[in-house]
Design a protein around this ligand. Structure first.
Ligand code: BUP
Length: 462
């Protein structure tokens, strides 16, 4: 059907870090002139944040169709103690046969799948004659690592030492230190490792890979992938980022923290958030509090962790040591817990620094709004992403700062000094703003990401 209006079906996987960029891509595609778009709502969702997000997405973007995808029953007892998100990835992978009828029912002309389903979704789409693309929701550096990792592990297994034996030199890109390789991948038998390797192998069969980055931010990785230096005959890479946040008018317009930000001077506030997936140890939490206090800066700190989920104002104080911290910083700081609209915070002109775990969406949001990042990665792909932040001059990464206690606690004194140094350094702010300008240029009409997205749509139409 050359020239016909294509119907692109998007298949996100579990977790906000995966769902958010799929929603953004759906809106970007539906706004152009060329595409019908459906998003598969994978049911049941793992977290309530995901169900709320799906509802808000379909309400805010009526052009995006909802396609319910009910998973097949899955016996989780096979994997005792596994992370709920890893389990969900596995449940989705095993439900792949149900994808065929879903695609046929929707009349899909192209499928865009999440990377965690790549190796199982590709053959199903192929069988139906539907072109299959992958949206990679992390950095291009991580994409290059993922594409290279299967041959790396093949080589280490062949040498009789399976697993990660040292730094991983991604051809044409750069060396990923052993300490930056996601922990689970150090164990070749880990469920996540098996999925990761299968998906990495599957990538070469995709019709193309979309990645939420932009050429100017990750030139080495994007170029090496496109030139086939990482893996030869690699599919086309469409760097379409930063995918822009969807504005949800219905969401909490009068949030207290937004009003508080309105009252602060331009670029004066340090925004602190480490994502939602892991609690911070109480000791490190208190050092962080001491550091923020000692920095003398204004700050907005979103405290997260299993222990603080209960909505009790008293507990926040208790968690932070109950030594009067909240009273002492009152006026120049806002400490909150629970979900915040992060993109609205980063968009706000009062924010001058983002202390972040470097989940890739957080990094792209900071890049989009030109907010410098002080990287403090925790696990998974976050150390690789932190290196991108440092290389791309979006901010700084203090590599000695770890979370697992191996190198001991990072002291409040050290944290405070670092925050202050970064905040008073004008070049940090200037470089951050420069990344923001480059991101805007990439997504503006005629920019690299704009053209990559148009090229992708063109291929779906052919
Ligand atoms: Br937490 C949090 N508000 O309170 P990443 C996150 N987000 O809007 P990763 C909020 O969720 P995790 C909050 O803006 C980003 O778009 C944030 O994705 C948004 O993190 C997304 O940054 C989170 O890629 O997961 O590691 O995937 O943050 O849940 O640990």
């Amino acid at each position: 059907h050359a020239g016909a209006r294509p119907h692109v079906v998007l298949l996100p996987s579990a977790g906000m870090g995966h769902l958010v960029p799929f929603g953004r891509l759906a809106v970007a595609l539906s706004q152009g002139d060329g595409c019908d778009v459906s998003v598969a709502a994978v049911l049941p969702t793992v977290s309530s944040a995901e169900s709320r997000h799906l509802d808000a997405l379909f309400a805010a973007a009526p052009a995006v169709r909802r396609l319910d995808f009910r998973l097949a029953p899955f016996d989780e007892s096979e994997f005792p103690g596994a992370d709920p998100f890893f389990l969900r990835f596995e449940a989705m992978r095993r439900s792949a046969p149900l994808l065929g009828p879903l695609l046929a029912g929707a009349g899909a002309s192209a499928l865009v799948t999440d990377i965690v389903l790549a190796s199982v979704a590709l053959p199903v789409a192929r069988e139906r004659g539907v072109p299959c693309y992958v949206l990679f929701t992390s950095s291009a550096a991580m994409l290059a690592f993922c594409a290279h990792f299967p041959s790396y592990t093949d080589a280490s297994a062949a040498a009789g030492r399976p697993g990660v034996v040292g730094d991983v030199d991604v051809p044409g890109v750069y060396r990923i230190p052993k300490s930056s390789v996601p922990q689970a991948l150090h164990d070749p038998k880990h469920l996540f490792t098996q999925q990761f390797v299968a998906n990495g192998r599957g990538l070469v069969d995709a019709d193309g890979i979309l990645v939420n980055t932009f050429d100017a931010f990750e030139p080495e990785a994007v170029t090496a992938l496109r030139e086939g230096k990482v893996v030869s005959d690699f599919p086309p890479v469409f760097a379409v980022g930063p995918l822009l946040p969807v504005r949800f008018p219905a969401k909490d317009p009068a949030a207290g923290y937004m009003q508080w930000l309105d009252a602060q001077p331009a670029r004066s506030v340090v925004y602190v958030s480490f994502g939602s997936r892991k609690a911070i140890s109480p000791d490190q939490l208190r050092e962080l509090a001491a550091g923020l206090e000692a920095s003398g800066q204004r700050f907005l700190w979103v405290v997260k962790g299993a222990v603080v989920d209960r909505d009790d104002a008293g507990e926040l104080g208790e968690l932070l040591g109950d030594d009067g911290f909240l009273e002492r910083v009152q006026g120049r700081a806002l400490v909150t817990k629970g979900w915040v609209e992060q993109e609205e915070i980063l968009r706000h002109g009062s924010v001058g620094l983002f202390i972040s775990h470097c989940g890739w969406n957080s990094v792209t949001e900071a890049a989009a709004f030109g907010v410098p990042v002080l990287a403090w990665p925790r696990f998974g792909d976050q150390r690789v992403n932190a290196a991108v932040v440092a290389r791309g001059e979006l901010g700084a990464w203090e590599q000695r700062w770890s979370w697992d206690g191996e190198e001991g606690l990072v002291s409040g004194k050290e944290i405070g000094e670092k925050i202050k140094a970064v905040m008073v350094d004008d070049t940090v702010a200037k470089k951050g703003a420069k990344v923001g300008d480059a991101a805007a240029a990439a997504t503006a009409k005629g920019g690299t990401s704009y053209r990559s997205l148009a090229e992708f749509v063109g291929r779906c139409r052919d």
